[in-house]
Every structure is written in C-alpha cells, then in structure tokens.
Design a binder for this molecule. Structure first.
Ligand code: ATP
Ligand code: MG
Length: 469
C-alpha cells in the first residue's frame, strides 16, 4: 500500500530531525521550517497529516492549520505546544479546526499511536467518500443509460415526425437534408415552441451518429461554475465537493451529439472554452492542465437574436461565427398558418392514441378558428390547445364548444408596460366607442400598429370593447 504523506512544521531543526526519526519508517515524511514553506509543500505533495509547532515566527501553528483546513479539510491537523492555556489554541480546538494537540515534551510511543489512529480514520473517511462518489456516478450512468434506452425505444416505436407543408417548413426540411449526414455545427433559431429541440433530435437520430449518445444541456438553468463542470468535467479537488475526477458531457457525448439549448445564456468565460472545442476539438477539465480531444457534433439553439446579444456585449462575435456555420431558422407558427390544420390533426392523433380514444377530427368552424389565431407559444401552444379540447370533448369530433382558441390574456403574463398599454387601450376603446382612428391618434400610433396591439391583447374593437374576450 502507498505510504501516507506526513508534513512536520517547526522552526527548530532539532525537533524536525527528532520527529522525522520517529516517523520515517512508517510514513513518507516531509519537513518545513515555516508556515509559508509548509503551504508550498502542501500544494506539491500529497499530504495526509500535518504536525505543526504552535510557536513559530510569522505564522503560528494554529494560523497555519486553519489555512490547511481551508485547502483540504480532510487533512489531519495536529498541533505541538507547550502552552495549553493559549486562547487562540483552545478556540481552534473547540471549533474543530484541529484534530488533536500534543504537549511538549511528548512521549514518542504515544505520539506514534495518535498518528496511526488518526490516519486510520483518515483512510476510512476517504474510502467512504470514494465509494459514495462511485455510487453517485454509477447511479447517474444508469439514469443516463435509462433515458437513452427509453429514447431509443421511443424513437423506434414512434419515429420522430416533423410536420409541415408550408413553404417555410419545406425550406427547413431541405436544409436539414443537407446537414444530417455531416458533422457540421448547426445553429437552430426560432421562438419558443417552434420545434428547435425536436429538430435537434431529428438531426441526430437521422444521421450517422444515431447509435451514439444524444445529450442535451440547457445553458440557462445552471450557475456558471456548475455548468462548466457539467460540460467539461473536473479534476478531483478542483473545488469543494469535487472528491473524484469526473467526466463532463463533452466526453460523455464523444462520438455523438451535444445539444446546447439556450446558448445565449452561456457566460463569456464558458463561451471561450466552447470556442476552443469548436476550433480545436479540445478542452480541459476544471482544475486540470491536460487537454482532452473529443469528437462531438454540436447543435446549439436559441430563441433570442444573437446579433443583438453581440451588440450588447453579452455574446462573443467569434463564437457566433463558429456556431453560425449552418443556421436553420424555424419561423413562428403565425407566419405559416398553412401548417396549422395538419399540426392540429397530428396532435389530435398523438394524444388520442395515448388516451385510447378514437377521434375523427375537427369541425369546420373549429378549423377556421384555429387558423385565426397568432400562437405566441407556437406549436407547443397549439398542442396544448388540442390536448385540452380533446379532454373537454364528448364525441369523436372536436367542436366549437370544446374549443377556446382565443384564450383570454392573462394579465400577469404581460410586462408592466404592456399591462399599462392594455389598460390604456381599454379606456380609449370605451371613450371613443371603438373608433379606431381616434384611438390611434390619441396613442400617437398608426392604425395597423393599433390593430396588432388589439390582437395581442385580445381586445375587441366594437362598442362593447372594454370587455376582453
Ligand atoms: N413541426 C412539428 N411537427 C410536430 N411536432 C412539433 C413540430 N414543431 C414542434 N412540435 C412539438 O411542439 C412541442 C414544442 O417543440 P420543442 O420543444 O421542440 O420547441 P422548442 O423550440 O425547443 O421550444 P423552447 O424554445 O421553449 O425550448 C413539442 O412537443 C414538439 O414535439
Ligand atoms: Mg427546446
């Protein structure tokens, strides 16, 4: 077994020599004659236990051991002292900053026993921690494998379908066809609910990497340091809690695809690291100097305008160019209303199958209503509407009564400015009895803009206007 490292710190050469003699048969002994020297050694060597003299010039033993604890709280800290009534010392012991103190002069045999016992404890704690960490990693692997297997099965049973016959979607399909077989980085842009995640999966499972992992990571829901270690992994001891080396998602997804969602949320420091992977295919785990090489296909997605983010100084131009090699924009549903009936049918089929109900479709007026809506939540919203109507419907046909396509605006979803604007328009609708020109004049906006606002806030431009529908 590897011998434990022992560090002895004392400004008196004599004591260093005598303690070295006591321990050198059983342990690997290092010596330092000052706190500063000890700290340098700690950075270089693997030390399990420190014995420090309390009385040293510049840095006392307790001061040193408190620092040691901050570096690594597992290291056993023993103080040698002639004074037991020193308040700093008593306090340090009480606060658990020191394992044990030993008064001078000490008994060699006794000191040996104390050290051996302490190190037994130390090994046990380490072993426990290692096992715990292994368990965690094993569990996580299992979880990932499970998700992966479930997705595999799911994709076999229900192959990913992307619905769309509009010219806009045909163009998206053509783009995808050109890129699936390549390892090229893809940037998916589009409002929320337009199908970015769906498309990312489709690209992976239609391409040559389909047998490898498809891994998703949202860049907007973790604090920077966690996201960094999640993506790039870390070396044991890189930060508190990093008790074991850990692979990041770039390594896990090696050979496969990594889908980085909400890419605009990535911090500038991480953007630099990502750029390096994109440029050189290499990165470093947190706390490690070594570069690792991976072959990962990146698909990134965002629902905001990266050029605006660049102007605001929040997104790096060089990274943008690297990501934007093959941009695919998915237009909002309101710009391709031709797709609505098809999508609605598809959603109805999907959800009625899940509920074991057999449905014939939508009534004519529902289909008309469906095309008369602007879907701020895009396909996701349409899907929710269909699902709800399905639950409300009695027979095999979705009819107007089951249907609430133009749902009232929830005012809490609007910003304060929008709430204010909406209230103001309601007041003017009342005041001018629905005369749009006069309202537009009062608001100092054009009639088309006013019309858009009315739609946005679900307000009716007739006499009973003040009531939102
Ligand atoms: N063209 C489509 N055909 C079939 N289903 C679609 C289509 N577009 C979107 N969907 C469905 O709509 C829902 C929302 O899509 P998805 O989660 O991919 O959107 P998103 O753009 O990733 O949204 P967000 O920006 O909020 O992450 C999903 O259930 C998805 O399967
Ligand atoms: Mg998504």
């Amino acid at each position: 077994m590897k011998r434990h490292g022992l560090l002895i710190v004392d400004d008196e050469k004599e004591i260093l020599r005598s303690l070295t003699l006591t321990f050198e048969d059983d342990y690997e002994v290092f010596t330092a004659s000052s706190g500063a020297e000890a700290l340098t050694l700690l950075g270089r060597e693997e030390i399990a236990l420190v014995i420090a003299d309390q009385r040293m010039p510049e840095m006392t033993g307790v001061e040193l051991l408190v620092k040691v604890r901050n570096i690594n709280r597992q290291i056993i800290r023993i103080i040698l002292t002639g004074y037991t009534d020193n308040t700093a010392l008593v306090q340090a012991i009480n606060q658990g900053q020191i394992y044990q103190y030993i008064t001078k002069p000490w008994d060699r045999q006794e000191l040996r026993i104390i050290v051996r016992r302490a190190l037994d404890n130390y090994s046990l704690t380490l072993e426990n921690q290692r096992l715990l960490e292994e368990l965690k990693i094993a569990n996580e692997r299992l979880k990932n494998e499970n998700i992966f297997l479930r997705q595999e099965i799911c994709n076999k049973l229900y192959p990913i379908e992307i619905i769309g016959k509009s010219a806009a979607m045909q163009q998206v399909f053509a783009m995808i066809d050109r890129v699936v077989a390549t390892p090229v980085t893809v940037l998916l842009t589009g409002e929320t609910g337009t199908g970015k995640t769906l498309l990312a999966r489709y690209i992976h499972y239609r391409g040559p990497r389909q047998q490898q992992l498809f891994i998703e990571q949202n860049c907007g829901n973790l604090p920077e340091d966690l996201l960094e270690s999640e993506l790039f992994g870390h070396k044991r001891g890189a930060f508190t809690g990093a008790v074991q080396d850990r692979k990041g998602l770039f390594e896990v997804a090696d050979g496969g695809t990594l889908f980085l969602d909400e890419i605009s949320e990535m911090s500038p420091a991480l953007q630099v690291k990502l750029l390096q992977v994109l440029q050189e295919g290499q990165f470093r785990r947190v706390g490690e100097n070594k570069y690792r090489q991976v072959n990962v296909r990146i698909i990134a997605a965002t629902n905001c305008d990266l050029l605006t983010e660049i102007k605001k100084g929040r997104f790096r131009m060089d990274l943008y160019y690297r990501l934007n090699v093959f941009p695919i924009h998915i237009p909002p549903l309101r710009e391709r209303l031709d797709d609505v009936p098809l999508l609605a049918e598809y959603c109805l089929r999907k959800h009625s199958q899940q509920l074991h109900r057999s449905m014939s479709g939508f009534s004519q007026d529902v289909l008309r209503d469906l095309r008369d809506y602007d879907y701020p939540g895009n396909v996701r919203e349409l899907e929710n509407l269909v699902e709800r109507a399905l639950l409300l419907s009695q027979g095999p046909l979705i009819e107007a009564g089951d249907w609430l396509p133009v749902s009232p605006v929830k005012t809490e979803d609007l910003s304060r400015l929008e709430q204010f604007e909406r209230a103001e328009i309601m007041r003017l609708l009342d005041l001018h009895q629905g005369n749009l020109q006069r309202i537009a004049d009062d608001l100092n906006i054009g009639r088309t803009t006013l019309w858009r606002r009315l739609k946005q806030y679900r307000l009716q431009p007739d006499k009973d206007a003040a009531v939102s529908k």
